[in-house]
Design a protein around this ligand. Sequence first.
Ligand code: CA
Length: 234
Amino acid sequence: RKMDPTVLIVEDEAAIVTMLRYNLEREGMQVVEAGDGDEALKILAETHVDLVLLDWMLPVMSGIEVCRQIRRKPESRDLPVIMVTARGEEGDRIRGLDTGADDYVTKPFAIGELLARIRALLRRSGPAQPQGQLIYSDIEMDLAAHRVSRNGKAIHLGPTEFRLLRYFLEHPGRVFSREQLLNAVWGPNIYVETRTVDVHIRRLRKALNDVKGTRDIIRTVRAAGYALDSETAA
Ligand code: CA
C-alpha cells in the first residue's frame, strides 16, 4: 500500500522541471507537471495533489494569480503551496506569502533545502499526512498520532529513529545497506557519514529492546547492513 505524496510542479522552464522531477521522484514522490497556470488549475480540478511547487514567472497567468485561484476554491483552499521565484526582494516575498503561499523559495535554490521544505510542509498539511498503522510482529506504529508501541507498551523514539523504524516497517525482513538507509531516511542530498546510521540503529534497538520479554528484532547482517526481522536469533 503506497502513500506517496503527489507534487504538482508548475514551471515553464523545462530544465528546472526535469531537475525537480528527478529529485522528487528519488524522494519517493509522484510528480505531475503543468507549464502554465491554466493547465495547473485544470490538473488540480481533476487530480489529487498533495503539494504545489509554483513558479512565480509563468506565461499568461502569474504564479501569484494561480495561487489566488487555488485559495479561492474550497477543494484546494488548504493545499500546501511553495512559491518559487527568481526575485528575492523582501517585498516580493511578503506579497507571495500574502497571496496564500505557505512557503517561498528563491531561485537559484539548493535542492536539498527545497526538499526539506517540501517534507516539512507535507508533514504539516492535512491531506498528505500519513494515516493508519504499520504493524510487524509485536511492533505497532500509529502514523497519524506518531506513536510506537511494542507488546502494547509505548516506546519513545527520536525523530530519526522513528523514520528509521517506519522505513523498516514498510519493508519488513528486507536487508538494507547503510547507504540505502541514509538515502531513505536522511534523504539523498544530505551529507551524513554512514557511521551515523549505526548510532541511530543502536538507539532504535535499545528503545525497542527495553520492553521486557521481547527479543532483538533488528538483524545485523555482516558487511551488508540491517533488517527488521522477527526471526532474529536472541
Ligand atoms: Ca518561469
